[in-house]
Design a protein around this ligand. Sequence first.
Ligand code: NAP
Ligand code: G3P
Length: 492
Amino acid sequence: MPEKFLSNLTDGSYRIAAELHQGDDEHSLEVRSPVDGSLVGKMHEFSHDEIDKVFYLTSLGQVDWANSPIDERARILHRVADNLEKYADALTEVLVMEVAKATKDARDEVLRSADFVRHTAEEAKHLVGEAQFSDAFARHNRNKMAISYRVPLGMVLAIPPFNYPINLGLSKIAPALVGGNAVVLKPPSQGSVACAMLAELLWHSGVPHDVFALVTGRGSRIGDYLVQHPAVSMISFTGSTEVGRDLANKAGMVPLLLELGGKDAAIVLSDADLQAAADHIVAGAFAYAGQRCTAVKRVLCSEEVADELVELLGRRIATLAVGDPRDNATVTPLVDPAAAERALSLVDDAVSKGAELLGGGGRRGNLVEPTLLDHVTEEMDVAWVEPFAPVLPVLRVVNAAEAVRISNASEYGLQAALFTRDVDVATQICMRLDVGTVQVNGKTARGPDHFPFLGTKSSGMGVQGVRYSIEAMTRIKAMVINMSDRDLSEIH
Ligand code: NAP
Ligand code: G3P
């Protein structure tokens, strides 16, 4: 199967991947392109019996995998990275059509994933344990030594979202595999053809079939069965807060790594370099049509400079390329019509409550025009709800304290961007913002991928990033050596 896939990994390759995993039963999953409605693939939807079989086989395979040398697992991951680069064109082609991502961004997703996999392989070689003596604790002698090291959790269930199917797939798969786990990947429905290609690539690179498996199907049909399966030792999920919360309630006592929604604020103070702030904000808000958890989703601007900033934002937005991802547009069609409807209902709500629409607000099919809203207030839904679309609301604030209050009033706590030239103020605000990361004088973003990436409140649980992810997918195993007080002069 992999040979057939790879020999066809040139023109029209994603259709081959789709054929290999094709379903023809009544529940098979039809994947259509948000770009033009064309059929990208028809994927098999796994039954519960098939899922049981996958978990049974991968549970068996995990035992040998966990005992294989880390260096060998790392070598396989290096081959995965090499093949990602080798087949980048084919993977790019499917991402462009399946999730409507601009060609250059789709290619970046693949190449960034190769870098991530390599870095992960190397990081795993340098994980070290520690030794501790008992006499560091009150009323203990030095008669015990604990040696601790990391062991795999067992079976990792990886569930990425549609917006980075390859990259957020591999951000879970690579640390799990190098840590000695088996992995079952449940791809997003929209993104399952790209993930099917990725699966073929992993197997072709040497990841055993009984260590990594792909289970396709709609989350609404097979999700509950997967997350409650007794074979699962850990779940790494990226997606909406709604599904993440539901999953956490159902999964029971397994460790969870949850990367969920966000409502990242860009806070602009009166001393900021406004042109630089506007450039960062527009890039942060509109890349991939705003379909990024880390997108700038609202601006909290000091009222003293708000007119000037809004003017600069408007001018910058006017330069954005809007349209077809194959032409490298920045603002491309949203993933489905419902996403476009949701976004525009937020715009309508804001305008009906007095917000000023300074551009956009229209729609052609799934494509929502880049939209700028000024004079947004806390009474408007767009101040709080994640649009996952190219919609940027500006709220004017009287001072930094009000910006912090509004930022922290969100149910989310992923990131914030802060624009000021005053490092003292930046430090104080950073300490008060309830988010995982504050970006000072830069847009909100996840990478580079070895940085810690996390959210507070409804934005998630646990920390991602190369080393942090490996640690989350392994646990400490301790051995305590109990020493006698024998007299060594009597030992020969
Ligand atoms: P989603 O609807 O929550 O889907 C995410 C994944 O969960 C998909 O693979 C989906 O499969 C699956 N799923 C759906 N229902 C499930 C269930 N009951 N049990 C188990 N899995 C289930 O999110 P999305 O629309 O793909 O992505 C957009 C959201 O993700 C936004 O809220 C965004 O902020 C968030 N996000 C967060 C981060 C972060 O790192 N914090 C990164 C990216 C995206 P199906 O596609 O088959 O339904
Ligand atoms: O939405 C996915 C998330 O992880 C964002 O990544 O690199 O676009 O900031 P990035």
